[in-house]
Design a protein around this ligand. Structure first.
Ligand SMILES: NC(=O)c1ccc[n+]([C@@H]2O[C@H](COP(=O)([O-])OP(=O)(O)OC[C@H]3O[C@@H](n4cnc5c(N)ncnc54)[C@H](O)[C@@H]3O)[C@@H](O)[C@H]2O)c1
Ligand SMILES: O=C(O)C(=O)C[C@@H](O)[C@H](O)[C@H](O)COP(=O)(O)O
Ligand SMILES: [Zn+2]
Length: 391
């Protein structure tokens, strides 16, 4: 889209260029577009990716009033027929019940394989709609218009789709890549600050796991990513850099048999915290990952792999972003370590019953460890039980 014809230009402000990130997966390669005003161009971009006869939009109530009409108009202008399903917001929608209802609706409105399921929402909508697309008629076309920071930097990219079960997070799912991802940064203007902060945790993750330079950039520009006060330039840059990092991991290891597991930094702990919190959405995924990444730093430090100053830097970064650093801050001061460890044993990275953790050999240099003892995990959890508690 030429910069001067975008929605931002109509609002009377200069618009930064749209950035393109390629996810290289051979015949299933796709583009992620990042920038302002993309929603209004959604129909044109979908048509370019291979015009679907009909699109089934899956979204949630928080988006239905604010942004769904603009998406519907964009599709209509491109001559693409659309039907929409509006879900209740929140993590609870990643359940067997809503998965069944969504599949039945997709069948009722006769979505065919060559039609398209379009996820319009955060990671919850994306994971649920993507899973439905993966299994509907054994595989239906899929695209994503992510609307949260978390979804724009992470969940809309890479094809992991899933629902939760009472045994834990994302335990039933499939890999099903989208054909296009449109990350319209204007959509983040209506996102609640707490959701922005939670998404920021996944941005920080890319720096911690593999990109020291990005980490330093975030230390300087993180506040602008969160408040958007620079007109969205820092946000767009953070999203594009995050997507480039994720695209490289996905292109190299689509189904997580190797290095892609590094994208799970903070998640072995984080998913256990979400499971213990009940997966109701009271604890946001990004908040759980924030505490989880601190756990990974503490565990790494205790193994002599990370300096105390580096762990302190992780704490400071989380604090500056308004993210939690203790179980107490997420309502879990009394969560028993044994229960949390039992949740971790459901982690998908486990092999032969052995847990694998993503640890750090210095900031920006993550690796997988399969020799972490239960006692180390318990000690690490005790260290984050209360703010500043390094017991
Ligand atoms: N598939 C993956 O690779 C992957 C990666 C990271 C996280 N996830 C999953 O993503 C989920 C979390 O996603 P999330 O953080 O986007 O949460 P979410 O989907 O629940 O969205 C957060 C909240 O913001 C609202 N919202 C969304 N966009 C909005 C907007 N533009 N304006 C106003 N309100 C808006 C939603 O209605 C919801 O209430 C978790 O289930 C997590 O496991 C998946
Ligand atoms: O894309 C990946 O790979 C990730 O690990 C990204 C994570 O941020 C995301 O939360 C993912 O859903 C976790 O995957 P899971 O396999 O541990 O469920
Ligand atoms: Zn995550």
């Amino acid at each position: 889209m030429p910069a001067e014809t975008g929605a931002a230009a109509l609002k009377g402000r200069a618009e930064p260029a749209i950035q393109t990130v390629e996810v290289a997966l051979g015949a299933r390669s796709y583009r992620i577009l990042v920038g302002a005003g993309l929603l209004a161009e959604a129909g044109r971009h979908l048509a370019q990716a291979g015009r679907p006869r009909q699109v089934a939009i899956v979204t949630d109530e928080n988006l239905a009033d604010r942004h769904l009409p603009a998406l519907q108009t964009a599709l209509a202008e491109a001559g693409i027929a659309a039907v929409a399903q509006v879900l209740p917001p929140g993590e609870g929608a990643k359940s067997f019940g809503s998965f069944e209802r969504l599949c039945e609706w997709l069948l009722e409105v006769r979505i065919e394989r060559r039609d398209m399921v379009l996820a319009f929402g955060g990671g919850v909508v994306g994971d649920l709609a993507g899973f439905a697309a993966a299994v509907l008629r054994r595989g239906t076309r899929f695209a994503q218009v992510p609307t949260t920071l978390l979804a724009q930097v992470d969940s809309a990219v890479g094809g992991k789709t899933a629902i939760n079960t009472r045994f834990g997070k994302n335990l039933i799912g499939a890999f099903h890549q989208p054909e296009l991802v449109l990350a319209d940064t204007d959509l983040l203007d209506s996102l609640p600050p707490r959701e922005l902060r939670a998404g920021y945790a996944e941005v920080l993750k890319y720096g911690l796991l593999g990109d020291r330079a990005f980490l330093d950039w975030l230390a300087a520009h993180g506040p602008a990513v969160l408040d958007g006060a620079d007109g969205g330039a820092a946000r767009a840059e953070a999203i594009a850099r995050s997507c480039r990092a994720k695209a490289a991991f996905v292109a190299g290891d689509e189904r997580e048999s190797g290095d892609r597991a590094l994208l799970n930094l903070g998640h072995t702990f984080g998913h256990a915290l979400e499971a213990e919190a009940g997966m109701t959405g009271d604890l946001l995924h990004g908040e759980a990952v924030a505490v989880g990444m601190l756990c990974a730093a503490i565990l790494s430090e205790r193994r002599g792999l990370l300096g105390a100053a580096d762990t302190a830097a992780v704490r400071r970064h989380l604090a500056a972003a308004g993210l939690p650093q203790s179980l107490a801050e997420i309502g879990g001061a009394d969560w028993p370590a044994g229960r949390l460890y039992a949740h971790m044993r459901q982690d998908k990275k486990a092999e032969g019953g052995r847990l694998r953790f993503v640890l750090m050999r210095g900031l920006g240099n993550a690796f997988l460890a399969d020799d972490v003892a239960e006692d180390e995990v318990r000690d690490t959890l005790d260290a984050v039980r209360r703010p500043g508690n390094m017991a």
